[in-house]
Design a protein around this ligand. Structure first.
Ligand code: AMP
Length: 417
């Protein structure tokens, strides 16, 4: 029940109107801690309700300490993409519409200067993408020194997209803030932890443990394949059979993207593809065709699809399994957005099994194996003999382990710096 939190009735009424009956696990963890004013480092994938987890404590802070004079925003939320900024802006408006709180959104991709309204009037919560905001700061149109609470949402993605320097500058500008919260899909990559150490002060580590129901939004499974050719056959079969409305097929190499696109066309499965060296114009055209739904399949590498924010992806297919768990989590997070159901299918060869074991350990759940009868693998599944891979942890053990690992990483980073 949301009543368990110390939230004003205006906020509770908005939550009710949005149809939220009970808090998700990340909300249970974050809301009470955030309301104490502590810095927060939370791992929470998209779709777990993390937006409300930070918006509600922010709104409560603004209600507890009302503004005494007009001025610049008191809360700044940085997000990697324009689409996400707009989404959070809408969520913020919905969640504060009965309170006197004003939200503004500033993003790139629209004419410089179109944000005059927001910059010149009194806004309480500003949601922004880092690049454009820094331009306004440099031109002295925006002053971040009035920011009391700073949120870094999808920090791993922002770092991944090369925003580190830009964010550091903004964080420096917002130096009088009282509280900082950093959200990341995973805390796996060392980069996020190092960054967190720079921007947070004695943070509270919170790892969401999405309930089965929350997790069930992304339906994951894998197919064992004998070799690369077998994977191609599986991919073609899946794309023809599955109810694919919009699919992203991930490959690890540029050459594979080109090879697969050729194979799909040969089977009359039109697709668009993205690869790093593509001209911007061609790249934009490909993305547009996919976004419009003209073409249902996009084949890409991780690098080429960086920063791409497309909603309503029904299927993520890992033609190649990534070598790291955090990349897997990123990839599958592209489906199952905004409460929609999503499917993530991985094609796995024997040499991928150690990564499969790591993913299963991370999610504390075995990925179901599926077989397409006419494409049954000749070889048995390669066994990963590591004892660790077989251990099934309880929820409490998993939480304790995640906390221990994060602390260990932080210690390592501390020792280095
Ligand atoms: P998010 O992870 O913040 O992008 O949220 C994912 C989806 O879950 C959004 O559509 C939210 O509106 C919805 N949502 C957030 N919190 C709750 C809740 N407590 N109960 C039901 N739906 C929720």
């Amino acid at each position: 029940m949301f009543e368990q939190f110390d939230l004003d009735s205006e906020l509770l009424a908005c939550v009710k109107e949005l149809g939220y009956k009970k808090p998700t696990s990340i909300q249970e963890l974050v809301i009470p801690k955030a309301m104490t004013g502590k810095d927060i480092l939370a791992s929470a994938p998209t779709g777990t309700g993390k937006t409300a987890a930070f918006l509600l404590p922010i709104a409560q802070h603004l209600l507890d300490y009302p503004r005494t004079k007009p001025g610049f925003p008191r809360v700044l939320i940085l997000t990697p993409t324009r689409e996400l900024a707009i989404q959070i802006g809408q969520d913020s408006e919905n969640m504060t519409k009965l309170a006197k709180i004003k939200t503004g959104v500033i993003t790139g991709g629209i004419n410089y200067g179109s944000h005059d309204d927001i910059l010149n009037s009194t806004t309480d919560i500003l949601v922004a993408t880092p690049g454009r905001l820094l331009e306004y700061i440099e031109n002295e149109q925006f002053d971040a020194r009035e920011v009391e609470i700073l949120i870094l949402d999808e920090a791993d993605r922002m770092l991944d997209m090369g925003f580190r320097e830009t964010i550091n500058r903004i964080v420096g500008e917002a130096r009088w803030r009282k509280q900082t919260m950093l959200f990341s899909a995973t805390l796996e990559g060392a980069g996020v932890i190092r960054f967190a150490k720079e921007v947070l002060t004695e943070p509270e580590f919170l790892t969401s443990n999405p309930s089965r129901k929350e997790k069930a939004k992304i339906h994951q499974w894998l197919h064992i394949a004998d070799d690369s050719q077998h994977k191609v056959n599986l991919l073609l079969n899946i794309l023809k059979q599955q109810e694919v409305e919009r699919a992203v097929v991930f490959a690890n190499k540029r050459e594979t993207v080109q090879y697969l696109s050729g194979k799909l066309y040969a089977e009359e499965l039109p697709c668009v593809w993205l690869e790093g060296k593509m001209l911007q114009d061609k790249r934009n055209k490909a993305i547009e065709r996919f976004k419009r739904g003209e073409i249902k399949v996009l084949v890409a590498t991780d690098v080429a699809s960086r920063g791409l924010d497309i909603d309503d992806i029904s299927h993520v297919i890992n033609f190649d399994l990534p070598r790291k768990v955090d990349i897997y989590i990123h990839r599958i997070g592209r489906t199952g957005r905004a409460g929609a159901k999503g499917t993530a299918i991985s094609l796995v060869e024997a040499h991928d099994m150690p990564v499969v074991a790591k993913i299963e350990r991370y999610q504390n759940e075995r990925l179901p194996r599926r077989i397409i009868e006419e494409l049954r693998p000749k070889h048995k599944e390669a066994r990963v003999t590591s004892r660790k891979a077989k251990v099934k942890l309880t929820t409490a053990q998993k939480k304790a382990k995640a906390k221990k690992q994060t602390k260990k990483k932080l210690k390592r980073v501390n020792a280095k710096s």
